[in-house]
Design a protein around this ligand. Structure first.
Ligand SMILES: [Zn+2]
Length: 112
Protein backbone atom coordinates (compact mmCIF):
# COMPACT_ATOMS: atom_id res chain seq x y z
CA UNK A 1 0.00 0.00 0.00
CA UNK A 2 1.38 3.29 -1.05
CA UNK A 3 0.73 5.96 1.55
CA UNK A 4 1.71 9.56 1.39
CA UNK A 5 2.02 11.81 4.31
CA UNK A 6 1.41 15.49 4.23
CA UNK A 7 1.32 18.17 6.82
CA UNK A 8 -1.66 20.49 7.04
CA UNK A 9 -1.69 23.47 9.30
CA UNK A 10 -4.93 25.22 10.01
CA UNK A 11 -6.25 27.31 12.80
CA UNK A 12 -9.27 26.12 14.68
CA UNK A 13 -11.71 28.16 16.66
CA UNK A 14 -13.56 26.52 19.53
CA UNK A 15 -17.25 27.28 19.58
CA UNK A 16 -20.30 25.94 21.38
CA UNK A 17 -23.72 25.46 19.86
CA UNK A 18 -26.33 27.85 21.20
CA UNK A 19 -29.03 25.20 20.83
CA UNK A 20 -27.50 21.98 22.21
CA UNK A 21 -24.38 23.31 23.90
CA UNK A 22 -21.95 20.91 22.21
CA UNK A 23 -18.40 22.23 22.08
CA UNK A 24 -16.71 21.85 18.72
CA UNK A 25 -13.83 23.28 16.73
CA UNK A 26 -14.20 24.84 13.31
CA UNK A 27 -11.48 26.12 10.95
CA UNK A 28 -10.72 29.78 11.55
CA UNK A 29 -10.93 30.57 7.85
CA UNK A 30 -14.42 29.05 7.61
CA UNK A 31 -15.61 31.02 10.66
CA UNK A 32 -14.15 34.20 9.16
CA UNK A 33 -15.92 33.47 5.88
CA UNK A 34 -19.26 32.77 7.61
CA UNK A 35 -18.98 35.97 9.66
CA UNK A 36 -18.60 37.87 6.40
CA UNK A 37 -21.24 36.15 4.27
CA UNK A 38 -23.73 35.39 7.11
CA UNK A 39 -24.46 31.98 5.61
CA UNK A 40 -25.43 29.03 7.77
CA UNK A 41 -23.11 26.39 9.15
CA UNK A 42 -23.97 23.46 11.36
CA UNK A 43 -22.93 22.17 14.73
CA UNK A 44 -21.97 18.46 14.89
CA UNK A 45 -25.57 17.70 15.96
CA UNK A 46 -26.97 19.44 12.86
CA UNK A 47 -28.25 22.68 14.34
CA UNK A 48 -28.13 25.53 11.87
CA UNK A 49 -26.06 28.47 13.05
CA UNK A 50 -25.05 31.80 11.52
CA UNK A 51 -23.56 35.15 12.47
CA UNK A 52 -26.21 37.87 12.15
CA UNK A 53 -24.03 40.74 13.40
CA UNK A 54 -22.23 43.01 10.94
CA UNK A 55 -18.49 42.76 10.46
CA UNK A 56 -16.31 45.83 11.00
CA UNK A 57 -16.05 46.20 7.22
CA UNK A 58 -19.85 46.07 6.86
CA UNK A 59 -20.28 48.53 9.71
CA UNK A 60 -17.81 50.97 8.14
CA UNK A 61 -19.37 50.52 4.73
CA UNK A 62 -22.84 51.19 6.16
CA UNK A 63 -21.51 54.21 8.04
CA UNK A 64 -19.98 55.58 4.83
CA UNK A 65 -23.26 54.97 2.99
CA UNK A 66 -25.19 56.88 5.69
CA UNK A 67 -22.68 59.75 5.53
CA UNK A 68 -23.10 59.95 1.75
CA UNK A 69 -26.89 59.99 2.10
CA UNK A 70 -26.67 62.70 4.75
CA UNK A 71 -24.32 64.71 2.53
CA UNK A 72 -26.73 64.45 -0.42
CA UNK A 73 -29.63 65.53 1.83
CA UNK A 74 -27.64 68.54 3.03
CA UNK A 75 -26.83 69.49 -0.57
CA UNK A 76 -30.53 69.25 -1.47
CA UNK A 77 -31.48 71.40 1.55
CA UNK A 78 -28.82 73.92 0.61
CA UNK A 79 -30.07 74.11 -3.00
CA UNK A 80 -33.64 74.49 -1.74
CA UNK A 81 -32.61 77.25 0.66
CA UNK A 82 -30.76 79.01 -2.17
CA UNK A 83 -33.90 78.75 -4.27
CA UNK A 84 -36.01 80.18 -1.42
CA UNK A 85 -33.53 83.01 -0.87
CA UNK A 86 -33.61 83.92 -4.60
CA UNK A 87 -37.41 83.76 -4.55
CA UNK A 88 -37.75 86.09 -1.56
CA UNK A 89 -35.01 88.40 -2.84
CA UNK A 90 -37.00 88.73 -6.07
CA UNK A 91 -40.22 89.43 -4.15
CA UNK A 92 -38.57 92.10 -2.04
CA UNK A 93 -36.98 93.67 -5.11
CA UNK A 94 -40.35 93.87 -6.89
CA UNK A 95 -42.01 95.41 -3.83
CA UNK A 96 -39.25 97.97 -3.48
CA UNK A 97 -39.36 98.78 -7.19
CA UNK A 98 -43.13 99.28 -7.03
CA UNK A 99 -42.77 101.45 -3.97
CA UNK A 100 -39.98 103.41 -5.64
CA UNK A 101 -42.06 103.92 -8.76
CA UNK A 102 -45.10 104.99 -6.74
CA UNK A 103 -43.41 107.15 -4.14
CA UNK A 104 -40.32 108.24 -6.00
CA UNK A 105 -38.15 106.75 -3.30
CA UNK A 106 -34.52 106.17 -3.88
CA UNK A 107 -33.45 102.75 -4.89
CA UNK A 108 -32.55 100.65 -1.89
CA UNK A 109 -30.48 97.95 -3.52
CA UNK A 110 -27.83 98.39 -0.87
CA UNK A 111 -29.95 96.59 1.71
CA UNK A 112 -30.36 93.58 -0.57
ZN1 LIG B 1 -26.21 22.00 18.21
Amino acid sequence: MNTKQFKVETGLEVKSCLTCGIVYAIPTELIKKRRGDHKSFYCPNGHSLYFPEMTDEERLSRSLELCQISCENQKRKSRFNDYKARYWRGKVTKILQRKEARDGWEKTESIL
